[in-house]
Ligand binder design. Structure first.
Ligand code: SF4
Length: 138
């Protein structure tokens, strides 16, 4: 099976702080499945490191006040195109991210409070009928 995976879970230093969140359970899936990495934030044009950002309604705003919604949307579209071209059957995305998070995200106040919701990429993938797990669900 082809699985689309957040690249920070594969060990790439693409998180906003310039680090990764390599996950051994995710990597172990490569024994039986083809893992295809995406990072919607950097693929959409944001640099690393970068200011953290959170969803506020339909927008994504960085902690420095910059509106990064366009980059997030562009990255989501690139990830969706990759999934469609590759015939991806499952996504494993990074929990709580404003791009990749699924089910729970931060509330937009940069206070660490979680609310129900999806990152921009997960939202687009759910609309297109994809199954999404986060690394916390494995
Ligand atoms: S956009 Fe997704 S893949 Fe990229 S750093 Fe954020 S959580 Fe990881």
């Amino acid at each position: 099976m082809k699985i689309l995976v957040s690249r920070c879970l594969l060990g790439e230093n693409c998180r906003y702080k310039g680090d990764h969140c390599r996950n051994e359970k995710v990597l172990a899936l490569a024994k039986e499945h083809e893992l295809i990495g995406v990072c919607p934030e950097t693929d959409g044009g944001l640099c690393t490191p970068r200011a953290p950002a959170e969803r506020i309604g339909d927008k994504v705003i960085a902690a420095d006040g910059k509106d990064v919604t366009a980059q997030y949307r562009k990255g989501a579209e690139i990830a969706l195109k990759t999934a469609q071209e590759q015939g991806v059957e499952l996504c494993i995305f990074k929990a709580k991210s404003p791009s990749c998070g699924c089910g729970k995200i931060y509330d937009g106040t940069f206070s660490g409070k979680l609310i129900e919701g999806n990152g921009v990429t997960s939202e687009l993938f759910l609309k297109n009928g994809y199954r999404i797990l986060t690394e916390e669900m494995l």
